[in-house]
Write a protein that binds this ligand. Structure first.
Ligand code: SAM
Ligand code: SF4
Length: 414
């Protein structure tokens, strides 16, 4: 209810977001600071807590998927010369399961786009073997993100993961020469203490992580968690403990949930001004629309092989909604650049959102610094709460419906 109210106030409208089917993705011609994302929907184990779209690895389907994703990339890039892109991310799922096809996908990307930034890939700790770093570097990757989740046996067990020492895998990637080695940790796990999460953070930093992402444990309605996450108060204490330990080991906060060694790059696939997503379930955010691809591997392959569009649902965004999207993700990044806002939306933030920056300033959420707005520590906690609501209200609904029915007619989100 609170999320609905906040959304209506910010949008200045009580109209819901209506996703409809049957529209191909908007061309990326007017997209600003474009990034690319490739979703690889295969895993060897299906983790009960994980909301992402995936299926058990199947070598035949994986081969057909690789062919289809190349077709999707070529179709999106065609027509107007090679559009420049600022980053490329491969996520999943477990993209490293497709190591033999990654070079061909990367060649297709380079043929269709002019890549002017880093290329990152998500890794399950089980993917990391002695030759992994060399294989990934050869395939053109310079950033990795490792889904460690926790180093504590009791936390790994609560996630259904094997209690094995994973710290050496971080060192292997650090020694592989990647510019960014991100380690994902989860906080708010049943039975987790502030000591556990601080210990996890210290181990990740000592083993060579350049970025540590700490995500609050979220219980998706369609997940199969044995026990629910810790409550709001406990999560608050854990997040505060993360902040303290991050300072102790010399990391700086780079977003609501990420921390980085000073002077290192960022691993962040969603905080782009605009992005094109390829593969089943991948989302695209363009000049005036948000869309998601079909949540089914066979349907994805079939529609591309028959020359169709894999877009299953899309929503047109008004200029104000698009600006809100931008402000939401820039708030997650703890900084809104006023000049970028003007470049994107034509006017000043204060003209589009007269009262919000003033109210947020009075509440101690936001501070004006030169030509930007910085999100304060209090503001970061507020966004931590808002983002969990956003995940429950929007992401959970879109992903659940799309998983139940690959080509839904319509989806209404209030
Ligand atoms: C696609 S997954 C990870 C990639 C890789 N397949 C793995 O398992 O390590 C991306 C990240 O999302 C986070 N994540 C997944 N499910 C979550 C949940 N229910 N709550 C919070 N974070 C979650 C985890 O930290 C995970 O590393
Ligand atoms: S957490 Fe990783 S390995 Fe587990 S199901 Fe999700 S994507 Fe696959």
């Amino acid at each position: 209810m609170k999320a609905r109210l906040l959304s209506a106030v910010l949008k200045r409208s009580i109209k819901p977001f209506v996703f409809t089917s049957g529209h191909p993705r908007e061309p990326a011609d007017d997209a600003h600071n474009l990034g690319l994302y490739v979703h690889v929907p295969f895993c060897t184990t299906m983790c009960a807590f994980c909301p992402y779209f995936k299926m058990p690895y199947d070598s035949e389907l994986a081969r057909s998927f690789a062919g289809a994703v190349v077709q999707e990339i070529e179709a999106a890039g065609g027509g107007h010369g090679r559009r420049s892109v600022l980053s490329v991310y491969f996520g999943g799922g477990t993209p490293a399961l497709l190591t033999e096809y990654l070079p061909a996908i990367r060649i297709a990307i380079d043929g269709a786009f002019d890549v002017r930034g880093p290329c990152g890939i998500e890794l399950h700790p089980d993917d990391i073997r002695p030759n992994t770093a060399a294989e990934l570097s050869t395939a053109g990757f310079d950033m990795v993100s490792i889904g460690i989740q926790s180093f504590q046996n009791h936390c790994l067990e609560s996630l259904g993961r094997r209690p094995v020492d994973l710290s050496e895998r971080i060192t292997m990637m650090r020694d592989g020469g990647f510019t960014v080695v991100d380690v994902d940790l989860i906080f708010g796990l049943p039975g987790q203490t502030t000591r556990d999460i601080q210990e996890d953070f210290r181990i990740a930093a000592a083993r060579g992580a350049t970025q540590i992402s700490t995500y609050p444990f979220i219980d998706f309605t369609y997940a199969d968690n044995a026990r629910p996450p810790l409550g709001r108060r406990e999560k608050h204490e854990l997040l505060d403990a993360v902040l303290r330990v991050s300072r102790e080991v010399g990391f700086e906060r780079t977003s609501v949930w990420t921390f980085a060694r000073k002077g290192t790059g960022r691993y962040s696939s969603v905080t782009r001004d605009s992005y094109l997503g390829f593969g089943p379930s991948a989302a695209s955010l363009l000049r005036s629309s948000f869309s998601v691809n079909v949540f089914s591997v066979p349907e994805y392959i079939q529609v591309l092989n028959s020359g169709g569009s894999p877009t299953a649902l899309s929503v047109h965004l008004t200029e104000r909604e698009r600006a809100l999207f931008w402000m939401f993700w820039n708030s997650y990044n703890l900084r809104m650049d006023r000049e970028v806002f003007t470049e994107l939306f034509g006017g000043a933030i204060e003209d589009a959102f007269g009262m919000e920056p003033r109210i947020a300033g009075r509440l101690g959420i936001l501070e004006r610094r030169n030509n930007s707005y910085a999100i304060t520590k209090k503001g970061a906690y507020f966004f931590h709460l808002v983002e969990q609501q956003y995940t429950n209200q929007y992401i959970d609904k879109v992903w659940r419906l799309s998983t139940e029915s690959p080509w839904p007619d319509k989806l209404v989100l209030h």
